[in-house]
Design a protein around this ligand. Sequence first.
Ligand code: CP
Ligand code: NVA
Length: 303
Amino acid sequence: MARHLLALADFSGAELAALVDRALKLKRDSKDGVRNRDLEGRTVALVFEKPSTRTRVSFETAMYGLGGQVIYLSSRDTQLARNEPLKDMARVMSRYVDCLVIRTFGQEIVDELARYSQVPVINALTDLHHPCQILSDLMTVIEHKGALDKLKIAWVGDGNNMANSWIQAAARLGFALTLACPDGYEPDRDILTAARAEAARPINLVRDPVEAVAEADVINTDVWASMGQEDEQLLRLKAFRPYQVNDRLLRGAAPDAVVLHCLPAHRDEEISEAVLEGPRSVVWDQAENKMHIHKAILAEFIG
Ligand code: CP
Ligand code: NVA
């Protein structure tokens, strides 16, 4: 049976750490000009029902870099749009390709695909999780701040797919996490409860962003309206206004704190232009690391 990457909670802390270590090594290798062609002759299909710049291109370059091939399918390109059952798509695609990377809406869609797929299914974002992104974020944090278990990490803004995956990472990897979210925009309650039950360090949910950021080593944010929530944009602008990551908010953070944003960013909404472009921002390393972590994921799950 194939192993899938659907959510971070499906993996032990040691497995998550090993994936990040593998990506760090692949990054060093690529900077040293060492070519790794482990996936020569293998094929991955990217099935994307939402737009993407980084995830799509970094998965593609990762796969080509490892000697493999990629087939990209948007929602216009498959019979899914004409209601072909997922379980049929999963079984057919398993006969053609070595791995399915999917970006879609409901988590139940990737779960169903995985149930019927003979090849690994990788979640490249759903409404509930963004596990591959958090792996590259963790890699970026390790590069800039060292061992995770000593760190205090803050999440400021929407309790969205990114927040849910950060919560699962905190439970498995043992860093302290405080999330500040407005009323009505909290992370998934079941995910939070399950994570807290096993976490070695606190996972706090507060209203006040100043409290979340106090002494934090890493500050994270994301858009206030995720893909699929475009109709709520105006309502959300109002609810989230006090949650902007800006220089004033960062005054309470550790002096050498770094700021993460998975991108795309809405400047002067969830993050000020000055912070995004300023010395604390590590967002370009974070974006680059998606390619290295995707190499590690593809090599691990296909290889
Ligand atoms: N961070 C991220 O997933 O970006 P894309 O939507 O461009 O893939
Ligand atoms: N929370 C955002 C992440 C985009 C990479 C979204 O789902 O749109």
